[in-house]
Design a protein around this ligand. Structure first.
Ligand SMILES: *Cc1c(COP(=O)(O)O)cnc(C)c1O
Length: 388
């Protein structure tokens, strides 16, 4: 029989550079490969498995729904879809939810919503959206356009028009871009994930909110990665003194099932009318039941654990040999190391610890409920590997 690697390499499109590891099962932050080797997971499948692998409560919620009704189409009502939307709105101050299946789709919805709001109020042409350099908003043609990194703006053109890019934390340039363009919205991550775990300054975010208010610009916060407890608050924007018009999230929300949501605030809640947007799988009852289980358990107690674990990681790594600096918030951390991040990822994997990269940094996105025991073991290994 051919092995998994060779079958995959032959038949799966080569859009990813995979590590030579085939994973089979896990529990919490522990994962095993086909050779029986155990890893401690500090990546959560890129900020997805909030409660780790095979969490009991989440599994029960998902399998219960799976046994009842797996899909209906959006022509009918279902309880998980309604209840999750209610919980999302009650736990934020957003008013309505649109369901998609991924981060990119959530952002597509946000972009359509902002442009539709502006079209309805001001007519055609007022459609430019300011996004930030080093942002990441997804892989569709439009969300690639929104992504402020030149490397993504080649080969697939023509790209969607109507995006201009501002340097993160450059308030001067932000004001200038607002003046020079016919803008309808400003879109940003409060902590840039793929762009190198960069935390936006309070001053810059305050300036975004101020300009948006003055010019009736829609503020869109992309919480695909920062959302669902990752930064130590339910949503990353809650670390700042702002009330966004649109919040998107995906990754961690479903606890491992595909779901993306675009939440609309007071100003935006009635922008969509029947026929203006849609998704076949959006609001899938199994995904919504899983997400409800996750969201209802992101509470004060978990958030204080996130803060504690974050402080622990920082205190261990900040002055460690081979570490230049640590950035980020909560359990979304970037470590600038003297050795290349790629080498550290490889060496850590050999020692049984899974970590990620973001630009030149080693990125940590552990499950929020990782045990202190697992975390201590993993950080000790990581420290040793970084110091080599
Ligand atoms: C991952 C990510 C996306 C894209 O999400 P997909 O589910 O892969 O489409 C968008 N924005 C941010 C901030 C992300 O981290």
């Amino acid at each position: 029989m051919k092995d998994i690697f060779s079958i995959d390499n032959e038949y799966v499109a080569h859009t990813y550079g995979r590590f030579p590891v085939a994973l089979v099962k896990g529990k919490g932050a522990d994962i095993w490969d086909t050779e029986g080797k155990k890893y401690i997971d500090l990546g959560s499948g890129i900020a997805v498995n909030i409660f780790g692998i095979a969490d009991d409560e989440w599994q029960a919620a998902v399998t219960e729904q799976l046994g009842k009704l797996q899909h209906t189409s959006n022509l009918y009502y279902t309880e998980p879809c309604a209840k999750l939307a209610e919980l999302l709105c009650k736990r934020t101050s957003m008013k309505k939810v649109f369901y998609g299946n991924s981060g990119a789709e959530a952002n597509e919805c946000a972009i359509k919503a902002a442009r539709l709001y502006s079209y309805n109020k001001y007519g055609e042409g007022r459609s430019t959206i300011i996004t930030l350099k080093n942002s990441f908003h997804g892989r569709t043609i439009t969300t690639l356009s929104a992504t402020g990194q030149d490397v993504f703006h080649t080969k697939f053109g023509p790209f969607t028009e109507g995006f201009v890019y501002c340097e993160a934390d450059n308030t001067e340039q932000l004001r200038q871009l607002v003046e020079e363009n016919n803008c309808c919205a400003i879109m940003f991550e409060v902590v840039q994930g793929e762009g190198g775990v960069h935390v936006l300054s309070k001053e810059f975010v305050a300036e975004i909110a101020k300009l948006a208010k003055e010019k009736d610009l829609i503020t869109i916060v992309d919480e695909v990665q920062t959302g669902n407890g990752r930064t130590g608050k339910l949503y990353g924007y809650m670390n700042y003194d702002i009330q966004p018009d649109v919040v998107t999230t995906a990754k961690g929300l479903g606890g491992g099932l595909p779901i993306g949501v675009c939440m609309l605030g007071e100003k935006m809640k009635d922008v969509f009318t029947p026929g203006t947007h849609g998704s076949t799988f959006g609001g899938n009852p199994v995904c919504c039941a899983g997400a409800y289980s996750i969201l209802s358990r992101i509470d004060e107690k978990l958030m204080s654990e996130v803060a504690e674990k974050s402080a622990y990681i920082r205190s261990e790594l900040e002055d460690a040999t081979g570490v230049e600096s640590v950035s980020g918030m909560g359990l979304m951390l970037g470590i600038e190391t003297q050795r290349p991040a790629g080498d550290i990822i490889k060496d850590a994997m050999e020692q049984g610890v899974l970590v990620l990269s973001a630009k030149t940094k080693v990125r940590l996105l552990p499950p929020l409920n990782i045990s202190m025991e697992d975390l201590k073991t993993a950080i000790a290994i990581l420290k040793e590997v970084i110091a080599r």
